[in-house]
Design a protein around this ligand. Structure first.
Ligand code: NAD
Length: 337
């Protein structure tokens, strides 16, 4: 018997910008997984990929016949890259079809949906993970090392922001599809970073939103949110996320100096600075290729990914608390400890 493990076949669900611009190209650079199939609403969208990647017809599915993926041994992992309101439905359908699932962030619309997804994974005896690409990025791993080894002393506070400007009419601006505003879409990266840099989860949160500048564009969602997270050990995190500016930074202030990424959350071009102006010679990688390889390898070894469904649910709990704080103006305590 060969000791070489078979590469995992990944089927991408949803041919949007992230799938076509990042994930599918990244699957050309992976060592432990490859593009094996596509699930899309329109067959007109799939022709290009059929030709480019020479995939067999049987590995193309529509949203309607997607359940029959169960009988396709070429597909080991289903990667759900649809808008948020469809994450739970398609993840659960894939798990019921006996496939491992990678679901894009945010994990779902509600905490109840996260529970349903995790229950479906347990029942199917398959793994569920969230597309948290930066959990595997060398710059972010270095930030975690600097924090863990207290290279600049004890962490006192974290300042971070992630914002970008979606076009009018995008589903991201529709609460019924996105579940929320910039907090759900990009503020989630700030929550992730604060948790992995400090190695903890928040004790309490406070938040406020800024009055919207365009009430035709921002209906029922925040345009800009400022939120603070009280972390164990007296660490405070000040975070900001907006759909009306382009910012991406993560600064960790410590007793003996500071370290930061600016930009911090982009697909590439991250830059690290420290109070003592160190040189960091970090390799440039495809975040998506590294993430998918890591996840495929974990599943092949019968292990959950570090970016698990439980982590996705944890972040949903934090975001619901932040929205509650924003709406009530009160400090909301979290009982995750
Ligand atoms: P997109 O709008 O470019 O693509 C969405 C896809 O879903 C399209 O193919 C569209 O046809 C399909 N779709 C099916 N039903 C739909 C509906 N009811 N409304 C709208 N589209 C529908 O979006 P995107 O930027 O590719 O985002 C897709 C997912 O990927 C989201 O969950 C998003 O949060 C995530 N994402 C993650 C990252 C990351 O860095 N991890 C980056 C961008 C997007």
């Amino acid at each position: 018997m060969s000791l070489l493990k078979k590469k995992s076949g990944i089927a991408i669900v949803g041919l949007g910008n992230y799938a076509t611009g990042q994930l599918i190209p990244a699957l050309q650079q992976t060592s432990h997984c490859y593009l094996a199939g596509i699930v899309s609403g329109k067959s007109s969208k799939t022709g290009e990929w059929k030709e480019k990647y020479q995939l067999p017809d049987k590995n193309f599915y529509t949203y309607e016949n997607f359940g029959s993926i169960e009988d396709n041994p070429d597909i080991d992992i289903v990667y759900v890259t649809l808008p948020t309101h469809l994450h739970a439905e398609y993840s659960i359908r894939a798990l019921q079809a006996g496939k491992h699932v990678i679901c894009e962030k945010p994990m779902a619309f509600t905490i109840a949906e996260c529970d349903e997804m995790m229950a479906a994974a347990k029942k199917a005896n398959k793994f569920l993970s969230i597309g948290y690409r930066l959990q595997f990025d060398p710059y972010h791993l270095e930030m975690i090392r600097l924090a863990k080894e207290k290279v600049y002393g004890e962490i006192k506070s974290v300042d971070t922001a992630f914002s970008f400007m979606p076009e009018a009419g995008e589903w991201r601006l529709n609460k019924n599809i996105a579940g929320g505003g910039p907090l759900m879409d990009v503020g989630i990266y700030c929550i992730q970073a604060v948790c992995y840099i400090t190695g903890t989860t928040p004790l309490a949160v406070t938040a406020h939103s800024v009055p919207v500048s365009d009430n035709k564009k921002f209906i029922g969602i925040e345009e800009t949110i400022h939120f603070q997270m009280e972390m164990p050990g007296g660490i405070t995190a000040s975070c900001r996320s907006s759909f009306s500016e382009e910012i991406s930074y993560l600064k960790v202030n410590c007793s003996n100096g500071w370290f930061e990424l600016d930009p911090a959350y982009n697909f590439g071009g991250l830059k690290m600075n420290t109070s003592d102006r160190r040189n960091f010679d970090m390799q440039t990688i495809s975040q998506q290729a590294t993430q998918m390889d890591n996840m495929a390898l974990s599943f092949q070894n019968n292990q959950p990914s570090i970016a698990s469904g439980a982590m996705g649910k944890r972040d949903m709990i934090i975001m619901e608390a932040i929205y509650e704080a924003m709406e009530t103006g009160k400090r909301v305590a979290l009982k995750m400890h």
